[in-house]
Design a protein around this ligand. Sequence first.
Ligand code: GTP
Ligand code: MG
Length: 138
Amino acid sequence: AERTLILVKPDGVARGLAGEILRRVEAKGYSLVAVELRTASAELLGAHYAEHEGKPFYPPLVEFMASGPVLAVVAEGQRVIEGFRALAGTTDPSSAAPGTIRGDLGRDWGLKVQQNLVHGSDSPESAAREIALWFPAL
Ligand code: GTP
Ligand code: MG
């Protein structure tokens, strides 16, 4: 089955939403393959977000992502890459639809778009690359 990398970002962990977010992933029917709580190094985050290097939001994004522990998760299931992004909702929580993680649980509208609770791989290529970065043993 397909696999994706999910991150519960530092805002989600700090707000105590990791369990609620994992609950939604499991309730949808996806399986958890690996779960690890860790504070990511600048090196790992630089590799993870390499596609955004040079964009204005890149430095604050990497700083925010290194500011506390994230819950890194590999989830598996039919069409899980697309399916988790649908569960997450649009990037900006202030416009994410009700029923989605960002739409239901996001807040701090307009202040910091990077504080949007979760990351999910956006393609099979991204998923393979990101899973290898976060879980080299898998
Ligand atoms: P991810 O699942 O985290 O990859 O989010 P995404 O695919 O919806 O967004 P994208 O890959 O385009 O951007 C990665 C992350 O950078 C987003 O999740 C946000 O945390 C942050 N980000 C993207 N666009 C902006 C922006 O315009 N301003 C700020 N401050 N952050 C942004
Ligand atoms: Mg993305």
